[in-house]
Design a protein around this ligand. Structure first.
Ligand code: ARG
Length: 459
């Protein structure tokens, strides 16, 4: 069914019809379109445009339609309607006849589509928020299980200072906390209903838009109809928070891909999320992680796409805006899939204590401690840094770690060094002394774990 045939004398070209059609992707808004339509029918009744009996008929026909499509979206895809709005209207008319064609009174597809899309975003945001929490819970489980696993922390992918696996988990919890609050922000701003904005200048009927907004679960109605039908900020915001979170997930993946490499050998990934090589029998590839790492690019692409579509677009609605959907749908699915896979990865991960510790011991990651030790003995930091560097060079030439150097060797570089140096540069000591807020000391980490467990309600 066409919603706009009257002014035309010639049929649309088939090629154009297909080009113009959005049903193949906006069909996923069917539930939202029906919910919005029911709410609209009630608003029309309150304005005496529909009688109570007419409204009831429309509402129950729409509910039946909702049930029918629940397990069979194919019937939508098989139709040749232009978009989901025409499909719902056609099916309503098929059920209750002419009465169905009263529903579009005072409404435009311009306010309808953005209402549907906002309702869809709200639904998806709640699912994503839940999955972000679930992922954090899985980080906490690992933080607790592996709180005594010492490993090197890296800068420039060079072993820098010792950390614990637990501490690494807590870093990702922080990122996910920011992702969560960004997404809550998106929700807060998009929670205004555009329905009743009409095509661009408001509806000509006496509709209580505030009441209508609340009835659909929005906080309030939007202010300015011209803005309401043109606004896709929420799509941009949603995609930008998806992009930032995907960037975090890609860094998580890259860290684990490296930890899983033959060279690092810090972790073992489960068979259930890895794959083999068709040629090399020994291989167990971290495909799940590599896919998360790469899908980040796809989500960035969606953000770039919507920003480009909206740039310089004149007010109000333009068909360009139909291009907001495929990128949004794809990015939201991708983000959610990646969160779920990340959860799966963490559920089955095993950390190899010994190789983690060995790498921390071997990488001169306690060199800062020698400098700090000398500072405590009265040496200026810059000088202490130099002495420590020279000792690293000495250790390299002797093919030893720093704590394997003899006291006599230490003394060649600075006579203030005493026997207590060994205790001061032990890995445990390096961790223990970093007690200031946010530091890696096990007691700080433990406090953080308890705090996070309370926040996540897993105590
Ligand atoms: N399929 C359209 C979209 O996704 C719906 C709105 C159409 N409005 C219009 N005036 N043609 O944006």
């Amino acid at each position: 069914m066409k919603l706009w045939g009257g002014r035309f004398v010639k049929e649309s070209d088939e090629l154009f019809k297909n080009f113009n059609r959005s049903l193949s992707f906006d069909y996923i808004l069917v539930k939202e379109d029906i919910i919005g339509s029911i709410a609209w029918s009630k608003a029309l009744m309150k304005s005496n445009i529909l009688t109570a009996e007419e409204q009831k008929k429309i509402e129950s026909a729409l509910f039946i339609l909702l049930k029918e499509i629940k397990n069979n979206t194919n019937q939508i895809l098989n139709s040749n309607c232009e978009d989901i709005h025409s499909w719902v209207e056609l099916n309503l008319i098929n059920k209750i006849g002419k009465l169905g064609s009263k529903l579009h009174t005072g409404r435009s597809r311009n306010d309808q589509i953005t209402t549907d899309l906002k309702l869809w975003c709200k639904k998806k945001i709640h699912i994503l928020l839940d999955n972000i929490i679930e992922l954090q819970k899985n980080f906490i489980v690992n933080a607790e299980s592996y709180h005594n696993v010492i490993m090197p922390g890296y800068t420039h992918l060079q072993r820098a200072q010792p950390i614990t696996f637990s501490y690494w988990c807590l870093a990702y919890i922080e990122m996910l906390k920011r992702d969560f609050s960004r997404l809550q922000d998106v929700l807060k701003r998009l929670n205004q209903s555009p329905l009743g904005s009409g095509a661009l200048s408001g509806t000509g009927w006496k509709i209580n838009r505030q009441e209508l907004a609340i009835s659909m679960g929005f906080d309030s109605a939007t202010n300015n109809a011209l803005d309401s039908v043109s606004d896709r900020d929420y799509v941009v915001e949603f995609l930008s928070s998806a992009s930032i979170s995907m960037m975090h997930l890609s860094r998580f993946s890259e860290d684990l891909i490296f930890f899983n490499s033959g060279e690092a050998n810090f972790i073992e990934l489960s068979d259930s999320i890895t794959s083999g090589s068709s040629l090399m029998p020994q291989k167990k590839n971290p495909d799940a992680l590599e896919l998360i790492r790469s899908k980040c690019g796809r989500v960035y692409g969606s953000l770039t796409s919507i920003l480009t579509v909206l740039k310089s677009l004149p007010l109000a609605y333009n068909k360009d805006m139909q291009e907001d959907k495929e990128c949004l749908f794809d990015a939201v699915k991708t983000w959610n899939d990646c969160l779920c896979i990340a959860i799966l990865i963490l559920k089955n991960i095993k950390i190899k204590h010994e190789s983690c510790r060995k790498a921390a011991e071997e990488g001169y990651s306690n060199a800062t401690e020698i400098a700090d030790y000398l500072v405590k003995k009265g040496v200026a930091f810059r000088e202490a840094h130099k002495i420590s560097g020279q000792l690293v060079l000495e250790a390299i030439s002797q093919k030893k770690s720093l704590n394997e150097l003899t006291l006599a060797t230490f003394k060649i570089y600075n006579n203030l060094i005493e026997d207590d140096i060994y205790q001061n540069i032990s890995l445990e000591e390096c961790l223990k002394k970093r007690v200031s807020q946010g530091g890696v000391s096990p007691c700080q980490v433990y406090k953080e774990i308890i705090k996070e467990k309370h926040r996540l309600n897993v105590i």
